[in-house]
Design a protein around this ligand. Structure first.
Ligand SMILES: [Fe+2]
Ligand SMILES: [Fe+2]
Length: 160
C-alpha cells in the first residue's frame, strides 16, 4: 500500500493484519464447512439445503478474498495456519447425515460467531482505519442476512 494509505491507519498495522487474518481464517473454515456439509447431507430436504450451502460456501470464500486483498494492501501475508488463527473455528458434520436441523444449528453457530466478531471489529476500527472498518461493516451486514436465511429454514424442517 502507498505511504499515505498506511499513514492514515491509526492502529498498529501489525495488529490490523492480525485481526484481518483471524477473520480470513474464519471465512476459509466456514467455506470449507459449508462445502463439506453440502456434499454429505442426506434426506428429503437435502437438495434445497445443498444448494443454499454451496451458494453460501462461495459467499464465504468471497469474504476471504476481500480480507486477503486488504491484508496484502497493508503489506501482510494471508495466513496458512487456518485452525490456529481462526476464533470461530470449524464444526465437523453431525454423525447422522440426515439430521438437517442439526446441520443448520451448526451453521448458525458459525454465523453468530462471525456476527459477534465483525460487530466488535467494526466498532474497534471505527474512526481509526476507515477502509478496514468498512470491510468489517460490509461483512457484518452479510452475516446478519445469512443468519436470517438459515433461521428461515428451521420451522419447515422441525415440523417433520
Ligand atoms: Fe463470511
Ligand atoms: Fe456467513
Amino acid at each position: 500500500m502507498g505511504q499515505k494509505g498506511k499513514e492514515i491507519v491509526e492502529i498498529e498495522v501489525k495488529e490490523v493484519i492480525s485481526d484481518l487474518n483471524s477473520a480470513y481464517a474464519d471465512e476459509w473454515l466456514a467455506h470449507f464447512q459449508y462445502f463439506l456439509y453440502a456434499q454429505i447431507i442426506e434426506g428429503i430436504d437435502a437438495e434445497t439445503l445443498k444448494k443454499e450451502l454451496e451458494q453460501q460456501s462461495l459467499d464465504e470464500m468471497n469474504h476471504a478474498k476481500i480480507l486477503a486483498n486488504r491484508i496484502i494492501q497493508l503489506g501482510g501475508t494471508p495466513t496458512t495456519k487456518l485452525i490456529e488463527t481462526s476464533t470461530c473455528g470449524f464444526s465437523p458434520p453431525p454423525e447422522d447425515r440426515a439430521d438437517l436441523v442439526h446441520v443448520i444449528e451448526l451453521v448458525l453457530e458459525g454465523e453468530r460467531c462471525a456476527i459477534e466478531k465483525y460487530n466488535r471489529l467494526a466498532k474497534k476500527y471505527h474512526m481509526k482505519d476507515l477502509v478496514t472498518h468498512e470491510i468489517f461493516e460490509d461483512l457484518l451486514t452479510d452475516e446478519v442476512s445469512d443468519e436470517e436465511d438459515w433461521e428461515n429454514f428451521l420451522p419447515g424442517l422441525k415440523q417433520k
